[in-house]
Design a protein around this ligand. Structure first.
Ligand SMILES: O=P(O)(O)OC[C@H]1O[C@H](OP(=O)(O)OP(=O)(O)O)[C@H](O)[C@@H]1O
Ligand SMILES: Nc1ncnc2[nH]cnc12
Length: 179
């Protein structure tokens, strides 16, 4: 596998999942292809290798898949961000707005500290609510957000508007809802 490989070719688009009108971008074919998976981690590593990352934060569940191997490549800590009441120790929470209603993400209070340079990783950037919550958690703890990496970015939802000023690396882009 080389730098020219189209990672998009191993993403499966599933119409009307989980509800009518949504084109779901399924990463499982990429995960089943170890060369494509390795190439994904290689491209993130290449982008962020000089960013002096100390910690990588990712929200469950799909964010974990890419954040853990990347943390090993960048010699950084892996910090899991979880849905409420999953983490056993004291937590710091961030509540955020969804299209309809609100959601909450948590991390351990000692996970990130002042002086950390945090990389936020997720499989997909849609509206940006999830990654913005991770950024707020990092910044509330006194860390600097040194970058954001996504395997997939849904450009038409403009999640980037929440990430102004951050170094963003997205490996696959979809300009509209169709395959
Ligand atoms: O930019 P946003 O609009 O916040 O959407 C992107 C988030 O949505 C998906 O996670 P989901 O909440 O479906 O959870 P999962 O990873 O457990 O499947 C995806 O993995 C991102 O984390
Ligand atoms: N279209 C989509 N495909 C996969 N995961 C998503 N998370 C939010 N929107 C998504």
């Amino acid at each position: 596998m080389n730098q020219e490989f189209e990672l998009k070719s191993v993403i499966r688009s599933v119409p009307d999942f989980p509800k009518p009108g949504i084109m779901f971008r399924d990463i499982t074919p990429l995960l089943a292809n170890h060369e494509a998976f390795r190439e994904t981690i290689r491209r993130f590593t290449e982008h962020f290798k000089d960013s002096k990352i100390t910690k990588i934060m990712a929200a469950e569940a799909r964010g974990f898949i890419f954040a853990a191997p990347l943390a090993l490549e960048l010699n950084a800590s892996f910090i899991p961000v979880r849905k409420p009441n999953k983490l056993p120790f004291d937590t710091q929470a961030f509540h955020y707005e969804l299209e309809y209603g609100t959601d909450t993400l948590e991390m351990h209070i000692d996970a990130v500290e002042e002086g950390d340079r945090v990389l936020l990783i997720d499989d997909l950037l849609a509206t940006g609510g999830t990654i913005q919550a991770c950024a707020k958690l990092a910044e509330q703890a006194g860390a600097v957000v040194a970058g954001c990496g996504f395997l997939i970015e849904l450009d038409f939802l403009n999640g980037r508007r929440h990430l102004e000023g951050y170094d963003i690396c997205s490996l696959i882009n979809y300009g509209d809802e169709n395959p």
